[in-house]
Design a binder for this molecule. Sequence first.
Ligand code: NAI
Ligand code: MG
Length: 496
Amino acid sequence: MTQMHQVLPTVQEFVHRNHMHYIHGQWVPSVSGQMMDDENPSTREVLTRVARGREEDVHQAVQAARKAFQHQDWQQLNPNAKGVLLWRLADLMDQHLVELAQLDSLDMGMPLRQAQYGTVPMAIDHMRYMAGWATKIEGSTIPVSAGKFFNYTMRQPVGVVGAIIPWNFPLLMAVWKLGPALASGCTIVLKPAEQSPLSVLRLAELITEAKFPPGVINIVTGYGPEAGAALVAHPDVNKVAFTGSTEVGKSIMHKAAERMARVSLELGGKSPNIICADANLKRAISGSMLGIFMNQGEVCSAGSRVYVAKEIYNQALEQMSEYARRLKVGQPLDPRTQMGPVVSAEQYQRVLDYIESARQEGASVVAGGDQMPEAGPGFYIQPTIFSNVQDNMTIAREEIFGPVVAVMPFDDIEEVVVRANTSPYGLAAGVWTENVRTAHYLAHRLDAGTVWVNAYHVYDAAAPWGGFKESGFGREMGHYALELYTEVKDVWINLQ
Ligand code: NAI
Ligand code: MG
């Protein structure tokens, strides 16, 4: 059952290693000596064991990050030299691209081809993009009228960053935090998700190879309520950057408020995807199916509510179910696989429960709707499409984070805007139309941090990313991300 023969020897060797915390450039075991299991979701087997960090381990890592923040080695490094370090790390990631992709695929079930040609290259691009920003963080001069003053601003690093990331895109989420934090001159303690720590631990080896000063980047593995909560509560963490569930995001915001730590949150979604009657249907169908089934639907911006103009509803539904039935679900390392297993037993049960709730509330299964043992021993779920869904049903309201989509008809544009916006979330939205007025109108009206027109799931290091409403706040990517990791300082020079 083991898939280790399918990965590079370097990956095999790495997986079987004893995984510890990365603190001050060294590998250190947990103070408690405890370890936790890390599973391969496509076999349900334990892949390896990883240090189980708690408060005392987090404390060591934060101390290392604080020391590094104040240390000359980092403070005296000029912006160009910081950019060179980031670029060097990106080059090393590029050299080890396949390894990193195989690790994410093994660890959380993402299809290898998606990792290898999509998310890992995106992580590398992001690192290079942020390397460029290290030399471009500028202030401004302000024409004040309060007297004869020269007034200027500068941006200074916020300090020690505590970053907590989810399991759905392990390496990419790490880089979305590391890139802007380092380009801004911060130091960082990163806690990967307990389900998928491996690619980030491999990245730590590349960080050493790139010759970052020790302590600038530290990694503590562990469970959310232990290591994650300790990082949020640590008095010496100036800023918490979190991606994950809205529920945990809210609790982090509460805790951070006590000591006014800066917070940025990238949380859940229930993104609407609207197919108008005049859409290019072929493109709309394949784009919308990618929108829900990419990464097994384990994407914060998954297009999980598809609204289709009623004139084309039946035809669209038929084509979507055809697409879902043809989708190749299987072992993530198989290069033909388009959809892998969901990440864990917990997530598997959660998604199956949502499917069951939809049935009980009266929705109809058009495709899938069940577990999928024929795909393998892992946590496989059929690509699932529901019709006869009402807006107030659980599957139309709650984030499922699995390969399950509700497809609903609409009559007119005003109606669909109201329905699309009736959600506590506001992360992303899709619009399919050939009419430029409709495209811009919907782009203006939808409550979403990102609107894609005639596309879905396109991302770029230069384009901002983040949510409205309960999808969080702060924008990662683009120059916007630098605002999350810097403070503005205003200086008054009396000229009289
Ligand atoms: P989660 O929000 O519990 O986990 C995300 C990260 O936060 C992990 O690193 C975890 O260890 C950490 N964490 C958990 N509890 C914490 C706490 N009390 N303090 C500090 N850190 C903590 O998400 P989980 O349980 O893995 O998934 C549950 C649901 O969350 C999913 O079904 C999905 O709906 C949503 N989710 C959304 C994501 C997104 O990208 N927006 C990513 C992952 C999950
Ligand atoms: Mg795993």
